[in-house]
Design a protein around this ligand. Structure first.
Ligand SMILES: C[S@@+](CC[C@H](N)C(=O)[O-])C[C@H]1O[C@@H](n2cnc3c(N)ncnc32)[C@H](O)[C@@H]1O
Length: 457
């Protein structure tokens, strides 16, 4: 029986998960309060200035600018509400949460959660805006190229997926006009007979039309069934033949989506609810290009060259996320990579990691699991820096290996290097108008889990 998450029967793990879920929902709702407090601080600073300084700023129209910031904050809050309202309760196939009640005021969220929320907005720029194209080219393009090089063309490539819409025949009803009486005069004696005949003709015509309608309906149903069957077969064939790619730490899902768009069978995996809520919103509820407006830089007060840069909008998505080729096999799994895939063995043809390795408490555990889940002969493609996420977190374990140490582990585990580039310039959620810009010198590599001897011969 389906139970609401929150029942007395739930386990300790489920309770923690439920509390975490509501904590993240609360953070999405707390944005306005958090952001407006920041704006009020700027307003207070302005008011506290000596009159002479305020006079100097007269032409800068600062109060008006801060009003504009407020309006942008309100807009972002509406978007964040939209994301959780239509998404959060229905998102998981195997979990149900109570419908969101938005009447109660959100409670103050932690600075950590608010940082995550702000990064989620910036992540939308990286993954789903035209502005993020350059960044995606630097991070995702080398991975996509390597997938095509090492896995070969995918069987489900969009070029081969032509959808039959079945409209090439039966485009009209056959005419019954030939049965019409042409209205020539009959003598009176024959009138009754003529009327009878006419009635019979009409009835026959009605019967014919009904029969034609039925046949047409049957034809349509048959056609629909055929199409469904074709799609099902196509998907099955694709699952059987298309190389399977796993993308752990998939963020807002664009890389995984691009891989599926190329025709590979692809699963993204992500454990952050901030990311999962937002990717679900983009992937399932946004069908029109540039239909969603957000202001990702509105709380970035430092390193702004022009005041307008701070309040400028960004539009998403730059593509229709539902426009994958018919039969494409694309999915997202929610949960910790180390747990979700712990039982997989020799399952995936490729694991693609992008800015992911450094999210580990212990990167060796990631490497071991990647080895295990890959089929013999499969490849691991990696791109990213080593900005260890847990390095400065109190109470969290963190093993900060250098790249040469990681490389040794990779080789020790049994991987063979196919390709390696230790200096690939890439950015991450970059504000292209900011006066501060980080460029990572990422390491890119492709390593192979060797095929079994029997498979080689
Ligand atoms: C730096 S982001 C990179 C996201 C994406 N690959 C990209 O390039 O935009 C790392 C992502 O990995 C996710 N992540 C971290 N540890 C994870 C784990 N153990 N299992 C699944 N996802 C994880 C984080 O939530 C975050 O979204």
């Amino acid at each position: 029986m389906a139970a609401w998450s929150g029942d007395a029967r739930e386990s300790e793990g489920d309770r923690q998960e439920r509390e975490h879920f509501w904590r993240v929902v609360n953070a999405f709702r707390y944005y306005r309060a958090y952001a407006l407090e920041r704006v009020r601080r700027a307003e207070r600073e302005l008011r506290a200035l000596p009159p002479a300084h305020r006079r100097l700023l007269r032409d800068a129209a600062l109060p008006g600018h801060l009003q504009c910031v407020r309006a942008r904050v309100e807009h972002n809050q509406e978007l964040l509400h939209d994301i959780i309202l239509g998404t959060a309760e229905h998102m998981f196939e195997n979990k149900r949460y109570r419908p969101l009640a938005l009447e109660a005021e959100p409670t103050p969220a932690t600075a950590f959660d608010m940082d995550k929320l702000k990064s989620t907005l910036k992540q939308l720029v990286r993954d789903w805006s035209s502005e993020g194209q350059g960044e995606r080219d630097s991070c995702y393009r080398p991975i996509l190229n390597a997938i095509q090089t090492y896995l070969g063309a995918a069987s489900g490539h969009s070029g081969s997926s032509i959808k039959s819409n079945g409209n090439s025949c039966c485009d009209g009803h056959s005419s019954n006009g030939s049965n019409n009486s042409d209205g020539c005069h009959q003598n009176h004696r024959h009138q009754q007979q003529q009327e009878n005949e006419q009635q019979q003709l009409n009835e026959q015509q009605q019967l014919n039309e009904q029969q034609q309608l039925n046949e047409q309906q049957q034809l349509n149903e048959q056609q629909q069934q055929n199409e469904q069957q074709q799609q099902h077969n196509h998907k099955q064939q694709q699952q059987q033949r298309s190389p399977r790619v796993l993308v752990p730490g998939s963020g807002l899902g664009r890389l995984a989506w691009e891989i599926a768009r190329l025709g590979y069978s692809c699963q993204g995996n992500e454990f952050s609810l901030f990311m999962l809520f937002t990717s679900h919103y983009i992937l399932n509820r946004c069908h029109e290009v540039d239909s969603v407006r957000l202001y990702p830089w509105v709380l970035q007060f430092s390193n702004t060259r022009r005041a307008w840069d701070r309040v400028r909008p960004v539009l998403v998505p730059d593509v229709d996320p539902s426009a994958l080729p018919p039969g494409a096999d694309f999915s997202m799994s929610a949960g910790d990579f180390l747990e979700v895939y712990s039982l997989d063995m020799d399952v995936w043809d490729c694991v693609a990691t992008c800015f992911f390795l450094d999210t580990a408490h212990n990167v060796i555990a990631y490497i071991e699991l990647i080895w295990k889940v890959l089929k013999p002969g499969g490849v691991w493609i990696n791109m990213g820096p080593l900005l260890y996420h847990f390095e400065n977190m109190v109470g969290e374990s963190s093993l900060e290996l250098s790249y040469d140490q990681i490389r040794q582990v990779i080789v020790q585990v049994g991987f063979v290097f196919e390709e390696e580039n230790e200096c690939v310039h890439a950015t991450y959620t970059e504000n292209e108008r900011s006066m501060l810009r980080y460029i990572y010198d990422c390491v890119f590599f492709v390593v192979r889990k060797p095929a079994l001897k029997s498979e080689c011969s």
